[in-house]
Design a protein around this ligand. Structure first.
Ligand code: SF4
Ligand code: SF4
Length: 161
């Protein structure tokens, strides 16, 4: 990572430099009450260009509820900044195994949770088409989706380990 984190965030329209470390974001965070997520610390580390933050699993514990962003006295786009940090993390090859697995499913089947045999059978018993109107039903649509994922190099990102 050659570029400085605050610069990258600012270039994305997300200025975090006015953060005064008041902790309102951390104190308001529903996820942080149950997990290791400490929003104030993540922003502080990003401000100080501590790139190790990109490999911190806590980055992925935000549920994007936007409570912190609504309450920040400095109107910092906190949630957006966290999402941008995630994008940077992915670019640097950091992805939780669970997310990678789900992404692999999307690349292969067009769905994070493809229909299994049992579900198809249950749908039939209920008088439904065993496969609903999704890419799983239309191979050409699945191929189009794969083309899109390939065009934005999503497949490459998922494959890198
Ligand atoms: S609430 Fe805003 S100003 Fe306070 S620590 Fe969080 S980001 Fe910084
Ligand atoms: S948007 Fe994320 S960091 Fe902010 S309060 Fe919600 S879960 Fe916490």
């Amino acid at each position: 990572m050659n570029e400085k984190l605050p610069k990258v965030l600012k270039a994305a329209g997300l200025d975090i430099l006015s953060c005064m470390q008041c902790g309102t974001c951390t104190g308001s965070c529903p996820s942080g009450r149950q997990t290791a997520l400490n929003t104030r610390r993540i922003l502080r580390d990003a401000r100080k260009n501590r790139v190790a933050i990109l490999s911190d699993d806590a980055l992925w514990l935000c549920t994007t509820c936007y409570t912190c962003q609504e309450r920040c006295p400095r109107n910092i786009p906190i949630t957006e900044a966290l999402l941008e940090l995630r994008r940077l993390a992915i670019k640097e090859g950091f992805m939780l195994p669970e997310h990678r697995k789900i992404s692999e499913m999307v690349v292969e089947f067009g769905h994070a949770v493809p229909l299994d045999k049992e579900t198809k059978q249950k749908r039939e018993e209920l008088g439904l088409d065993p496969i609903p109107e999704t890419v799983q039903k239309y191979p050409e649509a699945l191929q189009e989706l794969r083309n899109l994922l390939k065009a934005c190099k999503f497949d490459e990102i998922v494959a890198q380990k």
